[in-house]
Write a protein that binds this ligand. Structure first.
Ligand SMILES: NC(=O)c1ccc[n+]([C@@H]2O[C@H](COP(=O)([O-])OP(=O)(O)OC[C@H]3O[C@@H](n4cnc5c(N)ncnc54)[C@H](OP(=O)(O)O)[C@@H]3O)[C@@H](O)[C@H]2O)c1
Length: 345
């Protein structure tokens, strides 16, 4: 089969396109596995960091390996115990086991709990682009489950893939009577407004603008997709007493770009623990999304997509033989949405 194989860690040119990569065999499918004909895979920051070898400490891969986590496609075969999807169904999900073959290949075998059925109306490019981003947003928004119609939310970094999912999920909760303020770059003003958010330019007078919009009131919750102490302070400034800040970014601003070592992990856990401790003494209530829950939440996300209550913006699509270019764009481009790889011909 056709596949993009990572031969050694480093720049995108280490991804090699193959037309004769060994195909997973239907006869070797375990009872709880699904064989998927992959339509689309996505390139998120986690993918290019894995390609660089930056996350070997937490996501140890042996090379050569087909990388790629998110996918959409159709079911080619199912194991004996699989009941929730059938051959021919459109599906999406995550292949997040670094020991197994990833999704930049025409076929992939995935544990059935990480696969969900899609309504045929859901575009496969969006479905392939969304899993990790939507799961991260959902992990945070679930912590904000007290939000009700008419409430106010601040989403820090609302135009990124995780942030835009959080904007839509929060809008679904607070309704037209509510308010979702989303910070982003000026090039994303129109996009954020089209989602129904109230835009604030992060490069302008961010605090002054939020203050003006709130008119002296506070927000009921904050979702942070950017991270770092700057986001924590912003959340603290505008949060009402008792409100929660859910963060996909955590203490490290923009996810960090360097190799994850012991120091990074200490900074991450130390930061989260410190902020959690402060909340015991009247500080901001803080939750960091750690560990996604595809097994229980992919179905919920599929339902949101079916009802067009959740959509994903595609930055650019590349064919499988240009997966290296897709990685380069995802790592170095000024993105407007997710970079996707069209795996199927
Ligand atoms: N905790 C988890 O389980 C989990 C899972 C997935 C992702 N993440 C993390 O979530 C973060 C976002 O991921 P993503 O896939 O959404 O990335 P993305 O699509 O690249 O989006 C990042 C967005 O942040 C914006 N941004 C940067 N600095 C900002 C600021 N000061 N204020 C407002 N917006 C700002 C960027 O805008 P410009 O382009 O205009 O600068 C961009 O729109 C990453 O750090 C990622 O590592 C965490």
């Amino acid at each position: 089969m056709r596949a993009s194989v990572l031969e050694s860690f480093g720049d995108p040119s280490n991804l090699k396109y193959k037309e004769d990569y060994p195909e997973p065999k239907e006869s070797e499918l375990k009872d709880d596995e699904v064989l998927v004909n992959v339509a689309y895979s996505a390139v998120a920051s986690g993918d290019w960091k894995a390609r660089m070898g930056n996350v070997q400490l937490v996501y140890k891969m042996n090379l050569p390996r087909v990388i790629g986590i998110d996918f959409s496609g159709t079911v080619a075969a199912v194991g004996k115990a699989v009941k929730h999807v059938a051959v021919g169904d459109n599906v999406f999900g995550t292949q997040d086991n670094p020991k197994e073959q990833g999704t930049l290949a025409e076929k992939v075998v995935v544990p059935s709990k990480f696969v969900a059925r899609l309504d045929p109306s859901v575009p496969l490019d969006q479905a392939g682009a969304i899993p990790t981003a939507a799961l991260a947003a959902d992990g945070g928004v679930q912590k904000l489950d007290y939000l009700k119609e008419g409430d106010k939310v601040l989403v820090i970094g609302g135009a990124g893939c995780v942030g835009a999912c959080a904007v839509q999920m929060c809008l679904n909760r607070v309704g037209k009577a509510g308010l979702v303020i989303a910070t982003g770059g000026s090039r994303n003003k129109e996009y954020l407004e089209s989602l129904g958010a109230t835009f604030v330019d992060y490069a302008g007078d961010e605090r002054g603008e939020i203050e003006r919009i709130l008119g002296g009131s506070k927000v009921d919750a904050v979702f942070d997709s950017v991270g770092g102490s700057e986001s924590y302070q912003l959340a603290r400034t505008f949060m009402r007493k008792g409100g929660m800040c859910a963060s996909a970014g955590g203490p490290i601003r923009n996810g960090g770009t360097t190799k994850v070592g012991g120091g990074t992990i200490l900074k991450l856990f130390g930061g989260v623990m410190g902020w959690k401790l402060r909340s015991l003494f009247g500080g901001l209530k803080y939750h960091m999304v750690m560990g996604l829950s595809p097994e229980t939440r992919l179905g919920v996300i599929a339902d949101m997509m079916k009802g067009k209550k959740l959509e994903m913006r595609i930055d650019r699509e590349f064919p499988l033989h240009e997966a290296d270019k897709a990685h380069d764009r995802a790592q170095h481009g000024k993105l407007m949405g997710r970079v996707v790889v069209k795996v199927a011909k």
